[in-house]
Ligand binder design. Structure first.
Ligand SMILES: [Zn+2]
Length: 670
């Protein structure tokens, strides 16, 4: 294509099947005692990493039409950089004795065991400060690529770090019920408070990586172990000792190379080039219609007024960041379940209490949990969305996203089943708060969530969770975003509302990039298709001046615009590329319109031509048929000729034989 005739196109459209090729650089910076070129062979490492990756829309089981091509750059930080980093970390270190969910122990309960997180003294570093420091200091190592993402993989085992002996001693102690020994470990913390109800989240001290406020992410392989990934991401020094890995042998070096490749792979799939759950919708205006349905008792309603559980300004701000080129409106309506008798009856009908010996004693998870089966409620709301959102528009000028949020009484939540399993993985509440579907998002919090601080140790009296963060997360899904832990749990250590570990009200640069890039790509593909259609129609147009005017428009303006977009895209100015792609799409539509308005070869002539074409086609077919028949006849003929000759030979031979036999049989003359 003309527009992409540069030697090294940043993004290019391949003809025919319209696939956009998007090159991305992945810069990997290694900081660790064994991360040096003598041990980590760059060629071997690169052979283990994806060269390209199709963008995918997971729920549609479809591709996005964009293929990423990766260029890798490996940088081995000098030991002086590592020393400087260690010095900085020590300067901000906090030693905290704190309950750590990875280090849980069993206690004998009435019938079985119960689990209890134990307190571990840990060295904690502020994740955001570390991210900031690394961002400032990587300029020493060449900074960030112009068209790509940077990952720092560090091994900082000189910090207080868990050892193989400590971990195995802890696990033995847990199994045999003896007092576990002291463990030292280090982690990165982020502080989170629920903005609606003021609850301060627990267990957010146990990250082992962080990033996402720019095109950058770091992972500390020597930190942990973390409950976010119980077994797959044990500290590197623990696994190396456990498996007796000596990185100075060929085998050990290869082990380490493969180990690092897995972390880079996860970074690419989760953060740098993520997939989408739904095909990201585009519109000039997004209207988010939130219906909060209060199902609580009068006393509960008085204790926590429903209006204080959701903040439309926060939601609007978050979504505007994702859709900077659209208008975003958030409307919240508060309803009472008594006004929705049919839905109320359905909730009663499908409510229950989860009582499961297996859940309680084998899974060691809470039981006696009141629930509402989400499936029939989803079906009902899907069929009656007009009760909540009378005007569902979904086109390029407006797109309505309905959110239906329930405030249940006491401790009731929605429940979704897989086979018999009822999963709950939130380390705080172990509940599922929301689901997003194609049509709308369904959210359910309980009165107990609004006052969750009353039920934890130490108490946070009167504090709890509200709806806003869960709503932002679910809207993220409805706009296409997937979880950053889709391909491995560590991706959750990112400042994104899509993470389960974080409790952000905003989105990461990875989220924003993915969405802006996808919208630019989609618009460009659409524009390209329109112009291709126009081009093929131009050959049938009669007005030579009109045709050449449109051809000039395509060559000079449309292709020129594509080249400019390509330039912005290649410098990762995705929002600008997206804005310009909107113009390109607009221009492409006009080009097609203009083409269509030009006089064509008259219809009658076209029809006659088509008829003649058809006649020729039929004649050709007939000709082929006759040829085939002729061939068959010929071969049959040659077969029958052969048969006649063979038969004649047989007849002649038989005659001779008969004659001979006769002569022999004749009586000898005496
Ligand atoms: Zn989710």
């Amino acid at each position: 294509m003309e527009a992409f005739s540069k030697a090294q196109p940043a993004a290019q459209i391949l003809d025919f099947n319209v696939v956009r090729i998007a090159p991305l650089t992945i810069r990997v910076i290694f900081v660790g005692p064994y991360f040096e070129p003598k041990i980590i062979d760059a060629a071997a490492l690169e052979s283990l990493l994806p060269k390209e990756k199709n963008g995918r829309i997971l729920m549609d089981e479809n591709t996005t039409g964009v293929m990423y091509k990766f260029d890798y750059e490996f940088i081995f930080a000098p030991s002086s950089f590592r020393t400087k980093l260690l010095k900085f970390l020590t300067s901000i270190e906090e030693r905290i004795e704190i309950e750590n969910p990875w280090f849980y122990t069993f206690e004998a309960g009435e019938e079985w065991f119960v689990t209890k997180p134990t307190k571990v003294t840990a060295a904690i570093y502020d994740a955001r400060k570390v991210e900031e420091w690394l961002m400032e200091n990587i300029s020493e190592l060449g900074g960030q690529p112009e068209n790509g993402y940077t990952i720092i993989i560090a091994d900082l085992r000189d910090l207080p770090s868990a050892t193989y002996n400590e971990i195995s001693a802890f696990l033995k102690a847990r199994t045999f019920g003896i007092t576990p020994p002291q463990v030292k470990a280090h982690y990165y913390k982020v502080n989170y408070v629920d903005f609606d109800r003021g609850y301060r989240l627990r267990y957010r001290e146990f990250a082992i990586g962080w990033g996402g406020s720019s095109r950058f992410w770091f992972i500390d392989l020597s930190a942990g172990p973390t409950f976010v990934s119980m077994w797959y991401d044990l500290p590197i020094q623990v696994v190396m000792e456990d498996q007796s890995i000596n990185p100075f042998t060929s085998n050990g070096a290869m082990w380490l190379t493969e180990y690092l490749a897995d972390y880079i792979w996860e970074f690419i799939y989760n953060l740098a080039a993520p997939d989408f759950v739904y095909d990201p919708p585009w519109s000039m205006r997004f209207t988010i219609k939130i219906s909060v349905i209060d199902c609580r008792s009068e006393i509960e309603r008085a204790a926590v007024p429903i209006e204080g559980t959701v903040n439309s300004t926060l939601i609007e701000e978050a979504i505007r960041e994702l859709l900077p080129l659209s208008e975003v409106d958030v409307e919240v309506a508060f309803l009472n379940i008594s006004g929705l008798p049919e839905l109320n009856a359905l909730i009663q009908k499908y409510s229950g209490v989860l009582k499961s010996w297996i859940h309680e004693y084998l899974f060691l998870s809470p039981t006696n949990l009141p629930y509402v089966d989400a499936q029939p409620i989803y079906e009902y709301i899907k069929g009656n969305l007009n009760l909540f959102t009378p005007r569902i528009v979904r086109n390029e000028s407006e797109y309505v996203i309905p959110i239906v949020a329930f405030a249940f009484s006491q401790d009731k939540h929605f429940m979704f089943k897989y086979k018999w399993l009822i999963a709950g993985v939130n380390p705080e509440t172990r509940m599922i708060w929301g689901f997003s579907f194609r049509e709308f998002a369904l959210i359910g919090l309980s009165h107990r969530d609004f006052l969750y601080g009353d039920y934890v140790e130490p108490k946070q009296e009167g504090k709890g969770f509200g709806f806003s963060q869960a709503i932002i997360h679910e809207i993220g899904h409805m706009l296409g975003l997937s979880h950053p832990h889709t391909y491995g749990d560590l991706g959750d250590f990112v400042c994104s509302a899509m993470s389960y570990f974080s409790y952000e009200y905003g989105f990461s640069v990875f989220d924003k990039d993915a969405l802006a890039r996808m919208h630019a790509d989609k618009l460009l593909i659409k524009a390209y298709k329109e112009v291709s259609k126009a081009k093929s129609e131009l050959s049938l147009k009669l007005d030579p001046e009109g045709v050449s005017a449109i051809e000039n428009l395509i060559i000079n303006e449309f292709n020129g615009l594509l080249a400019k977009i390509d330039d912005e895209y290649s410098r990762m100015n995705y929002v600008e590329a997206w804005r310009m792609a909107l113009n390109a799409y607009d221009m492409a539509r006009k080009i097609l319109e203009k083409t269509e308005s030009l006089p064509s070869i008259p219809r009658e002539i076209l029809r006659e031509l088509e008829e003649k074409d058809l006649e020729i086609k039929l004649l050709n077919e007939r000709c082929l048929e006759l040829e085939a028949k002729y061939e068959t006849l010929l071969s049959e003929l040659s077969l029958s000729r052969g048969l006649i000759i063979a038969l004649s030979i047989i007849v002649v031979s038989l005659t001779i034989v008969t004659l001979l036999l006769r002569r022999r049989a004749a009586p000898m003359p005496k």
